[in-house]
Design a protein around this ligand. Structure first.
Ligand code: MIC
Ligand code: SF4
Length: 648
């Protein structure tokens, strides 16, 4: 009998149902949840609709970090709603300014060996602490808060065996960019990446977090590091030594795949527009002009990252043609760089310091100039995500970002000479001033709703026949940013599904929303990896509101597929990918006896316009089929309640 991987040790400790083997449907007990404001309002509206009196997980935290501009009353109302709902139901509230959810959770709450479910796709960041941390839609997180286990396909486990140590100018970002170059944005679907080997110990916890954070861009279910002496030291520096527990895979653990990576061979890398896997060594694109440089985001906003930026900018000036911004990942990071002088160096060099928030990463300000080139230490560079449709967005490490800010063009940081040495943490007193803990009994708390907070629309059970137009024919790798854009104009509508649904597919096809309504709903036809990127369930909820019946694609991204099911939209796979070529936008498609087809997993689609029939598959667990046929997860929960059954 072979030993266990770290991933399966945690899975087995939390297993509620199913066989713990790759590909099997399993459900896990969830210890902690996190939400952020852009997905949180809808998550809590759904939680409220479940009629539970208090959260049932060990810990639930509600962060406010995305929607920070408060350009109108909408976001302010959302924040007030989130704070009141937290107090009412026993949820810890992280106030705006306390931190970007993943950085703040890593510092304050993440713990080795636990499970964390978050309504944000970068939740795996806490895998840096030896935690199994998974991103999901808000509905699934709401169910976890209500005490239900989380269902998923048991992942296969890829060992990434690290040797050597990073050279002076190479960063953790370069490691994950190199993996993205090798494996691509769907290389990790239904997989967990588990880091092992002698190279692990030379990486600090925040460096590990950069890697686990961007494992999401591989499409991975999660990424995880062992909990070792470095983890223990780092947790002690956060005043949480008692949360440490040593954890690693068994020495004879068997992996489904192994990738060897020698850290000493990693050189500065950069992702070119418009995909995080479009990666080249920096030196191959050196010399390209740069208009903007942004440091921050949940990927690269730790103390170590910003201390490096401060050290590199010390005594230098940002190039006159470059606008540079720096956003600290947490109040604690800001406090540290204030105390040790890095902040002063950043300011003196001419960079702008933004508030502690996601900021430009989610298009909240700092849209580049038209046709502009922006270099960001972030994790996504999908077309249009910056808020400027024709901007060119590159992703790189903080060192590469500073090199470009100083020179005005893409520059290999090794050209800057000797690399400064920086620590991964600095002294700062522990400070919970940005956190509001809930009262022991919240039953008297009034939940405050603003006029922009609208009830979540629901649809009825799935009809016998699904009939409608192929409203859109899209290609491969459609992102949730394409389906449901974010940015400062649309993000304030996250609590108002009728209003936000008018923006579905806006950047791809401005007429989509109106057409969908006029035609009374229909289908989307797409290629591989449909719905990659964010966990935003708005990318399912808003199309549901427009009448979308199903998406027929060659393959789906994990979280989005689950979100489609949760809102009663059928995720269907072409049995023969060649049929994708034959269906045209505007064709009338009809699926008879849809319920039986969903149950059996095979359905036949009649393209009435073109006059042919093709087969599609519906690959879902039994529970997911129940959800889909009920027209969504909340419907099913209510049906089960009415039948007097406890939710499972
Ligand atoms: C993102 O990076 O796209 C987001 C914004 O953090 C999303 C969540 C959202 O859309 O609210 C994510 O990654 O899940
Ligand atoms: Fe925020 Fe960007 Fe991280 Fe999403 S990827 S959580 S928007 S910083």
């Amino acid at each position: 009998m072979m030993g266990d991987t770290l991933t399966y040790k945690i899975i087995k400790e939390h297993l509620v149902e199913g066989a713990p083997a790759p590909g099997e449907p399993i459900s896990l007990r969830i210890d902690q949840t996190l939400t952020q404001d852009a997905t949180g309002t809808v998550a809590y509206l759904q939680f409220e609709a479940m009629g539970v009196d208090r959260v049932k997980t060990d810990l639930a935290v509600s962060y406010v970090d995305h929607n920070m501009l408060q350009t109108g009353y909408e976001s302010s109302d959302d924040h007030r709603y989130l704070q009141s709902v937290a107090a009412r139901y026993g949820i810890v509230f992280s106030r705006p300014g306390n931190g970007i959810c993943h950085q703040a959770h890593l510092e304050r709450f993440g713990a080795p060996g636990g499970t964390l479910l978050g309504s944000d796709s970068h939740t795996p960041t806490c895998g840096a602490l030896g935690m199994l941390a998974i991103g999901a839609g808000g509905q699934d997180v709401a169910c976890a808060m209500a005490g239900m286990p989380f269902s998923l396909t048991a992942p296969s486990v890829v060992e990434v065996r690290l040797s050597g140590r990073l050279g002076p100018w190479a960063g953790a970002k370069d490691v994950i960019l190199q993996l993205l170059r090798r494996l691509g944005v769907k290389g990790g679907v239904e997989k967990v990446f588990e880091y092992t080997g002698p190279g692990v110990h030379a990486l600090s916890v925040p460096q590990r977090a950069t890697i686990t954070n961007m494992g999401t861009e591989l499409g991975a279910t999660s990424s995880v590091f062992p909990a070792d002496e470095e983890t223990e030291r780092w947790l002690a520096a956060q005043g949480r030594a008692e949360d440490f527990r040593a954890l690693a895979a068994d020495a004879d653990a068997e992996y489904d795949e192994t990738i060897q990576l020698d850290l000493s061979g990693v050189e500065p890398m950069i992702a070119l527009p418009h995909s995080p896997d479009n990666v080249l060594p920096v030196r191959e694109v050196a010399g390209r002009r740069v208009d903007q440089v942004c440091v921050g985001s949940c990927t690269n906003s730790s103390y170590g990252d910003l201390a490096l930026v401060g050290a590199l900018l010390e005594g230098r000036r940002v190039h006159r043609d470059v606008s540079m911004t720096v956003s600290p990942g947490s109040r604690r990071v800001l406090e540290m760089i204030t105390r040790d002088g890095a902040l002063a160096a950043i300011l003196k060099a001419g960079a702008r310091v933004l508030e502690v928030a996601c900021g430009p990463c989610i298009g909240m300000g700092q849209c580049p100039p038209s046709g502009g080139v922006t270099l960001r230490t972030f994790n996504r560079n999908f077309e249009g995500r910056t808020g400027t449709p024709d901007a060119l967005c590159y992703l790189c490490s903080p060192a590469t970002a500073v090199a470009a800010a100083l020179k005005g063009c893409i520059t290999d940081p090794r050209d800057l000479g000797t690399a400064p040495e920086v620590a991964s943490a600095a002294e700062a007193p522990l400070d919970d001033s940005g956190i509001i803990f809930p009262p022991a009994d919240g039953s008297a708390v009034q939940v405050k709703r603003g006029p922009n907070i609208k009830p979540i629309p629901r649809r009825g059970p799935m009809p016998l026949t699904l009939r409608g137009e192929a409203l859109l024919k899209a290609g491969d790798n459609v992102t949730t940013d394409h389906i449901m854009p974010a940015g400062s104009k649309i993000l304030p509508l996250r609590s108002n599904i009728p209003a936000i649904s008018e923006h579905v597919f806006e950047s791809v096809d401005p007429g989509f929303a109106r057409r969908a309504v006029e035609k009374g709903g229909g289908f989307v036809v797409a290629g591989e990896n449909y719905g990659q990127g964010s966990s935003r369930e708005h990318a399912a909820l808003a199309p549901m509101r427009l009448g979308l019946l199903g998406v027929i694609a060659k393959s789906f991204a994990r979280i989005h597929k689950a979100n489609l099911v949760n809102f009663g939209i059928a995720p269907l796979l072409f049995s023969d990918p060649a049929d994708y070529e034959r269906v045209r936008q505007g064709d009338l498609l009809c699926i008879e006896e849809a319920g039986e087809g969903i149950r059996s997993g095979r359905l036949s689609v009649n393209d009435e316009t073109a006059g042919f029939t093709f087969e599609v598959r519906c690959e879902l667990s039994g529970h997911q089929k129940d959800i889909l046929l009920a027209g969504g997860r909340l419907n099913l929960i209510h049906m089960e309640h009415q039948e007097g059954m406890a939710p499972t």
